[in-house]
Design a binder for this molecule. Structure first.
Ligand code: SAH
Ligand code: SF4
Ligand code: F3S
Length: 450
């Protein structure tokens, strides 16, 4: 079963948010430390891990379909181990091991705080024993594990700086699948940043479910490091290293943070600030802890302190009790802010959440869909308007590689996190290129190096 190298091969497939992609790099690290190699070809895998997402029902259905497909692959490779990691493992727990109910066999179920146990769980699974660990931890941050950056572009990397969430937004499953909020030791973060710089990386994105509630208390000196402090320290590592962060909660974005961004040119001018709804009534039911007015006040602060900063968002349509009036308030807020881009979703009830317990999922599916379409159409025109504003400007683009269509074009991102495509010339991945913008669609800017 083993390859020429004698090593067993693990194939990793990741669903969901950037945190999950970052976690898969931890999984790759744990597995390679125990003698496995990571393969990009599932047909030669000895172990297949799906790192899963529970955020919406659709996300879980995709994974279940994929697991069914893998059962067929296993017929050709008897002995292949199939493991479910991540949020679905945490949410569904032993139910994933019930072969008769699920209609398929899964060998391993491992939650997001148990990845250090993967090698021993593998041994159990290989001996045909149920291998499950879904314990959540109050302090696991994997701070000492160096992620294996498989499949990346060698230019930009994610660094996970905190884990968990305790905000309990009424619709959201994350506090149940990711557990308590905990921050990672800043020294280990700065060490990882330096390693990336030494390896030639040019951009890091600091990750957390609520990245701006990062807070570290030194156990010896009791000195506190806030998110603003950390951002300033990371930015000072190297002026050629770009810095991004995601995701920020609107209740937690003080002026101090905006001033820190303003003081460092290498902190990108882009803030992802999920609003979810433009109606204060809906926001209260969602337990978001801010009103429409609070949100607009923070947007005004961003505009004042960081002129030209891109603002992007997440929106949910059809949350419990959402009326046409509430929906129109979402549309009007979108126009008022003029978001540069947005991720938009139809509300999907998640078992066990506050909303599932307290409210009826009473907006008919057709209405949710129609509202979603309206939100998407409006955002398309706002994105187009945002991109048109960039026409004729010069953007500093960090090159990530060739464009998907052809090697004659390169792609990279502007500070505003917009994808920019331009003729390759003799530019390389990792270069900063000044690009004059000559054209655009709602999704991409096109230009020429100057
Ligand atoms: N921690 C981040 C986002 C986590 S999930 C934050 O607080 O902003 C990413 C997005 O998925 C959310 O911002 C929300 O818009 C959406 N989402 C979360 N739960 C959902 C649900 N039950 N149905 C539909 N969309 C949901
Ligand atoms: Fe979910 Fe809210 Fe936490 Fe974001 S802040 S992960 S939406 S509970
Ligand atoms: Fe999904 Fe878990 Fe991320 S539910 S969005 S993978 S934290």
């Amino acid at each position: 079963m083993s390859g020429l190298s004698g090593k067993k091969r693990v194939y990793l497939e990741t669903y969901g948010c950037q945190m999950n992609f970052s976690d898969s790099e931890i999984v790759a690290s744990v597995m390679t430390d125990h003698g496995f190699t990571v393969t990009e070809r599932q047909e030669e895998a000895d172990v297949v891990f799906l790192n899963t997402c529970s955020i919406r029902d659709h996300a879980e259905q995709r994974v279940l379909n994929r697991l069914r497909e893998l059962q067929h692959l296993r017929k050709k490779r008897p002995g292949m181990i199939i493991g479910v990691l991540g949020c679905m493992a945490e949410r569904l727990k032993t139910a994933l091991l019930e072969e008769s109910e699920l209609g398929m066999r899964i060998d391993m179920v491992v939650g997001p705080d148990a990845y250090r146990q993967l090698p021993s769980l593998m041994l159990d699974a290989e001996q045909g024993q149920a291998a499950i660990n879904v314990l959540l931890s109050a302090d696991e941050t994997y701070a000492d594990i160096s992620p294996v950056r498989y499949g990346g572009n060698g230019v930009s990397a994610f660094i996970s700086i905190m884990r968990g969430c305790e905000n309990y937004c009424a619709y959201c499953v994350v506090p149940f699948t990711r557990g308590q909020e905990r921050s990672r030791d800043p020294l280990s973060i700065l060490g990882e940043v330096q390693q990336l710089v030494d390896a030639g990386y040019r951009e890091v994105t600091l990750l957390g479910q609520n990245v701006n509630s990062y807070r570290w208390k030194d156990p010896d000196t009791l000195a506190e490091t806030t998110f603003s402090d950390l951002l300033a320290e990371v930015a000072a590592t190297d002026p050629l290293l770009r810095l991004r962060f995601a995701t920020s909660h609107p209740k937690d974005i003080p002026d101090r943070l905006l001033h820190t961004m303003a003081a460092h040119q290498n902190i990108c001018r882009a803030i992802h600030l999920p609003v979810q709804s433009g109606s204060s009534r809906v926001l209260a039911r969602m337990n978001r802890k801010y009103s429409r007015e609070d949100y607009l006040e923070r947007v005004a602060a961003i505009r004042a302190i960081l002129p030209g900063c891109a603002i992007s968002t997440d929106i949910i349509t059809g949350f419990c009790g959402e009326t046409e009036e509430d929906h129109r308030e979402t549309l009007s807020l979108m126009e008022e802010v003029g978001f540069d881009y947005a991720y938009m979703f139809k509300y999907s009830e998640r078992p066990g959440t506050l909303a599932a317990k307290k409210f009826r999922d009473d907006v008919p599916d057709g209405v949710k869909s129609r509202r979603l379409t309206e939100v998407i159409e409006l955002q398309q025109s706002l994105s187009m308007a945002s991109n048109r504003r960039d026409l004729h400007s010069v953007q500093e683009v960090l090159v990530e590689g060739y464009s998907r269509r052809s090697e004659k074009q390169m792609m990279g991102r502007s500070s505003h996190n917009k994808v920019v495509v331009f003729p390759s010339g003799d530019h390389q991945s990792g270069d900063y290129v000044q690009v004059r913008i000559t054209g655009c669609s709602s999704a991409t800017l096109k230009g020429e190096a100057i």
